[in-house]
Design a protein around this ligand. Structure first.
Ligand code: SF4
Length: 475
């Protein structure tokens, strides 16, 4: 990913959610519902490919899942008991239909559909080499690199070719792939991006980025796909391959702080509980005299609840979020960014007037959104505004599937905490410490969590080699 600046709300965005279904009637409907539950992971496009035992069917479109899959007649064309689906958040190259996943290709061994969440850090390097060998790319997605690697592999079976391709790519990814004979789920060796396995009611199987996608269809959580594991699901059940040997997990800690839905369970931790506990730790570390604790909705809510409970200061919904703000028409100009914040958040003045307010938010990226929210809260009559952030300062871009601005655009990369406080106009500003963050995730302290998570956007310690940092392509 080139860290271009697609963000319109001043927050980093997740890029993509995936689902896979095997052996379930109405596989397309289950996949669509799963994608709907994963809508927070990508809002620009969605796609589903199914297989009915004889042939593949597909439908893709730009927009939200509910719009792309709203036509009952079209849904009826997505036949079969197996499906994979994808929600896309594009970072570069614009939102083009040809980039919308899953990608489908016909090989000498038959058809294959593939979708992935995350970014390959050597996609540009591999792509250049593949183009030199005569491969003709149809899209700018990293997923197509996988497709071409499979196509040129000298191995005989699709599984061997997939393993061969997986061994050549570097990056953070969760892949779902569908053939006429099986469904595949693959997590990168460090398991940076999530992928979970569930059982649907009538005996079928489901893969998804988060457990909230299982919940929406009443599927039962079975287990996480392990880092570096390839699961192969067919009518006989599940097999597991370990193409990379033994690996050490480095799960993305930002999934807990911001990206995942709070009702999801990731790597056996409740996202909601983790966020609440971060709020508790924040209150212990950086408590301040105040009258109300106010979350910046939505992701700041659980941490604000934890902060309020620990501090004994009342929790108030002093900011109301409008959930019906469309994104497609908000172009990222400065003028529209200003407008966007007011469209998305409004101050609930009676809860703020004459009060000393602690605002709890999940992160500060550029600082522009924070500044506007603080100004809005003051304009509503708050006498003091203190900001508490449930992540450490975001000082580095993510190259593993999250759209963040380049380093020079990150407020924390160029400002001290005191300077940041001045820039966003608060009376005080504090971030959760690494010890506090990892205590909230069940560890004794930072040292106890050492080497278990990716926290590169806070530390700059990138656990996966950034082979082609420049010119990286879209997931
Ligand atoms: S750099 Fe940050 S956002 Fe990206 S994978 Fe690592 S922790 Fe997650």
């Amino acid at each position: 990913m080139t860290s271009t600046t697609r963000e319109t709300s001043g927050r980093p965005y997740e890029e993509c959610g995936v689902v896979g279904i095997w052996g379930a009637p109405d596989a397309a409907a289950l996949a669509a519902l799963g994608l709907h539950a994963l809508q927070h992971r990508g809002q620009e496009a969605a796609g589903i490919v199914t297989h009915d035992g004889e042939r593949f069917w597909q439908h893709k479109g730009l927009g939200l899942v509910g719009d792309v899959f709203s036509d009952a007649r079209m849904m009826g064309t997505l036949k079969g008991k197996s499906a994979i689906g994808h929600n896309r958040y594009a970072t570069t190259g614009g939102t083009l239909l040809r980039n919308v996943q899953p990608l489908y290709a016909d090989f000498e061994f038959g058809g294959l559909a593939v979708a992935h969440n995350g970014n390959l850090t050597n996609a540009a390097t591999l792509r250049r080499a593949l183009v030199k060998r005569g491969c003709l790319f149809q899209s700018t997605t990293d997923t197509e690199v996988f497709v071409h690697l499979i196509a040129i592999s000298l191995y005989a079976t699709v599984l061997e070719r997939l393993v061969d391709a997986a061994k050549q790519v570097k990056g953070a990814y969760s892949v779902v792939a569908l053939t006429p004979d099986f469904l595949i789920g693959l997590r990168d060796p460090l398991g940076v991006r999530p992928l979970i396995l569930g059982r649907v009611a009538d005996g079928g199987w489901m893969l998804a980025s988060e457990t909230c996608a299982l919940d929406i269809v009443g599927a039962e959580f079975v287990r996480n796909v392990e880092p570096g594991e390839m699961v192969i699901i067919d009518d006989e059940g599940i097999r597991s391959l370990r193409p990379f040997g033994k690996t050490s997990p480095r799960f993305c800690v930002f999934e807990y702080i911001y990206f995942a839905r709070p009702d999801s369970i990731l790597e056996d931790h409740s996202v909601y509980e983790a966020r609440k506990q971060i709020g508790v730790e924040l209150a212990r570390e950086s408590g301040v005299e105040a009258d109300v604790i106010v979350p910046v909705p939505d992701s700041g809510v659980p941490s604000a609840m934890g902060y309020a409970a620990e501090s004994g200061i009342p929790f108030e919904m002093g900011i109301i979020r409008n959930h019906y703000v469309g994104r497609t028409f908000i172009e990222p100009t400065d003028q529209i960014r200003n407008l966007g914040v007011r469209m998305k958040h409004s101050a609930n003045a009676p809860a703020l007037r004459g009060k000393r307010v602690v605002l709890v938010d999940d992160s500060i990226v550029r600082g522009t959104t924070s500044r506007k929210i603080v100004d809005m809260v003051r304009a509503a009559g708050a006498t003091e505004v203190h900001m508490r952030i449930s992540s450490p300062p975001t000082r580095h871009p993510c190259f593993y599937g999250i759209d963040t601005p380049e380093e020079s655009q990150l407020l924390a990369a160029t400002h001290s905490v005191a300077q940041m406080a001045e820039a966003i106009g608060v009376d005080s500003l504090a971030f959760i410490s690494f010890d506090g963050l990892y205590r909230a995730l069940g560890h004794d302290d930072r040292a106890d969590a050492e080497g278990r998570y990716c926290d590169a956007c806070f530390t700059g310690d990138y656990p996966i080699e950034l082979v082609d940092k420049e010119g990286h392509l879209v997931s």
